[in-house]
Design a protein around this ligand. Structure first.
Ligand code: CP
Length: 303
């Protein structure tokens, strides 16, 4: 891995992505072969926002590589509550760990924090910015189910605040992919993301109704409306529950459609989709372990 830190999907070339995905596939095929690979190594967890998948799959990943975690724990029981700055926190914790995973509510925080540390820092989500390690497991799941070239994907829901969307859309520009974005007008892609995608030569279309594109999709990537990012609760209420799919709504889809979601879901995918052939979101979440094992292995080896 040529990168010291993993901050944004924008830094990842096609070769970088394929290196991680190929290595994740090797690990998934024979996880026992990697059981002692990083014995004694410690991964520092700095989660300033709630997480289930990112935190637990990184924990599982380092433990399955023979290492362990040191966890700052909940913010309210850390010295962040005494006013310690983010820069000081990461400078201290890099002395306790061989790599750091950080989730923080401020966009740009991971980039800033990485400038204060020498150990690899992985962005586990920075506000409405980026979530690059989620993107790698998303790409792994897409490659396993639909392939990554000559692909038509619909990305639906909160495109404005959804960091998984911003990362995935950038990463997909490395492949031959047609991207359709489906959202209420108030939650369309930020102008900066749309500009970057155009600069990368991406083929993108924007829609307000899933029916306009559903039958042409190989993958439908559904996202939660990010209630916690809305400055005004009334704005959230106006769009909450607007984009929901159930098994009936998918009758117009191709039989080969892959339905993904970074999770957690609220009500945007009905539980009746879970038992269909389309549902791939739990497999997607489980893929977080081999993909994060691969990433940690490559970063720790490169140290
Ligand atoms: N997909 C994802 O980032 O989930 P968590 O918020 O539970 O980590």
């Amino acid at each position: 891995m040529r990168h010291e830190h993993i901050i944004s999907a924008k830094q990842l070339s096609r070769a970088d992505i394929e290196e991680v995905l190929d290595h994740a596939a090797e690990i998934a095929a024979d996880p026992e072969a990697y059981a002692d690979r990083h014995a004694g190594k410690l991964l520092g967890l700095l989660f300033f926002e709630p997480s289930t998948r990112t935190k637990m799959s990184f924990t599982a990943a380092i433990k399955r590589l023979g290492g362990d975690i040191v966890d700052m724990g909940p913010v309210e029981y850390s010295s962040v509550k005494k006013g310690e700055s983010l820069a000081d926190t990461v400078r201290v914790v890099e002395g306790y760990a061989d790599a750091l995973v950080m989730r923080h509510p401020s966009e740009g925080s991971a980039q800033m924090a990485s400038e204060f540390v020498d150990v690899p820092l992985l962005n586990g989500g920075d506000g409405a910015g980026q979530h690059p390690t989620q993107t790698l497991l998303d790409l792994y799941t897409i490659r396993e189910n639909a392939g990554l070239d000559d692909l038509t994907i619909g990305i639906m829901g909160d495109l404005k605040y959804g960091r998984t969307v911003h990362s995935l859309a950038h990463a997909l520009t490395n492949f031959d992919v047609h991207q359709h974005f489906i959202s209420p007008e108030s939650l369309q892609l930020p102008r900066s993301v749309r500009y970057d995608l155009h600069e990368e030569g991406a083929t993108i279309r924007e829609h307000t109704a899933l029916e306009e594109v559903l039958s042409s999709l190989d993958v439908l990537y559904v996202t939660r409306i990010q209630e916690e990012r809305f400055p005004d609760e009334n704005e959230y209420r106006e769009v909450a529950g607007e984009y929901q799919i159930d098994a009936g709504a998918l009758e117009a889809a191709s039989d080969d459609l892959t339905v993904m979601h970074p999770l957690p879901r609220v009500d945007e995918i009905d539980h009746d989709v879970d038992d269909t052939e389309y549902a791939t979101f739990f497999e997607q979440a489980h893929n977080g372990v081999p993909v994060r094992m691969a990433l940690l292995d490559l970063l720790l080896e490169g140290q």
